[in-house]
Ligand binder design. Structure first.
Ligand code: OGA
Ligand code: MN
Length: 288
């Protein structure tokens, strides 16, 4: 099987056309998919009418799956490998815990000691318009830095805090954020990470980073803000407009992403994610 790929943007991403991810795929054919994943950072599979079990099964081809012990509120009660990303209210009418998942630039599970290598997000219901997700190519962002800046950040570690950014006028996130802090102490991660499979260096930064290890927040903030702004320049970014039955897999080691929240919140947006375990990275730091 020769893969039919269609680039999604200048900076990253490719659509894999004419494929059914629920069909048995030989090692050889999956090898082609995996190589395309490493090369493009994001793969899109459209029109995949699959079950939760098939989502999990296909995801396992990418590696061992996270059971989401770090995010217990959001996992599916019967399938710990599935993380709910939905604004559907709970049965008692309370807002969904995952209503604001991903509303800041981040790489999945960076606040743990086993950050994810890849995530597979399946769109079950998209709002009629908007609800897009942006992705940034962190190889390109690193490569575009000056030699001086590369030298400056070479030894730095960013301290990643778990939890969702506070959304104005919302109390949804407070109990969740407090629980998150309890379960997941801050973890320091290298600002420049070597991708274990491609050997290329990528920036590893985002809005979950509040300071650099050994520096104050005040000292760190300008450089963190600069690096996030730099990495999310339009030429490094792809903006995904979701359709129902899309599956998007992204490489968390060389991309970061952000849910825009650009949609009418009274409309349903229901996504489900699996998370592939990456290689161990980082160390726990005491909260400042
Ligand atoms: C995620 C995430 C973004 C979105 O599932 O990891 O960040 O747009 N989702 O739902
Ligand atoms: Mn995410």
């Amino acid at each position: 099987m020769a893969l039919k790929l269609r680039p999604l943007s200048y900076s990253l991403g490719a659509e894999v056309c004419a494929i059914d991810v629920s069909r048995k795929m030989s090692e050889h054919d999956f090898g082609d998919v995996y190589r395309a994943f490493l090369e493009h950072g994001i793969l899109l599979f459209r029109d995949q009418h699959i079950t939760r079990e098939q989502h999990i099964e296909f995801s396992r081809r990418f590696g061992e799956l996270d059971k989401h012990d770090a995010l217990p509120r959001d996992r599916h009660p019967d399938h710990p490998e599935i993380l709910m990303v939905t604004n559907e209210p709970k049965l008692n009418g309370a807002p969904s815990d995952s209503k604001y998942t991903g509303r800041q630039w981040h790489s999945d599970m960076s606040f743990t000691l086993v950050p994810s290598s890849g995530s597979l997000l399946r769109c079950i219901t998209a709002p009629p318009v908007g609800g897009d997700t942006m992705f940034a190519n962190m190889y390109m962002a690193y490569d575009a830095l000056s030699a001086g800046m590369k030298k400056l950040i070479a030894g730095l570690h960013g301290i990643h805090m778990s939890g969702t950014r506070k959304i104005a006028n919302s109390t949804t996130g407070i109990p969740r954020a407090e629980e998150q802090k309890r379960i997941n102490p801050p973890v320091a991660q290298p600002v420049v990470r070597m991708h274990p499979e491609t050997g290329r260096k990528a920036l590893y930064i985002g809005d979950k980073v509040k300071s650099f290890d050994g520096m104050t927040e005040e000292e760190s903030r300008p450089l963190i803000e600069y690096l996030v702004q730099h990495a999310t320049r339009p030429e490094f970014v792809y903006r995904h407009q979701w359709q129902a039955n899309d599956i998007l897999v992204w490489d968390n080691r060389c991309t970061m992403h952000c849910a825009l929240g650009d949609f009418d919140e009274t409309q349903l947006r229901h996504m489900e994610r699996t998370t592939v375990l990456g290689t161990p990275s980082g160390y726990v730091v005491k909260a400042a």
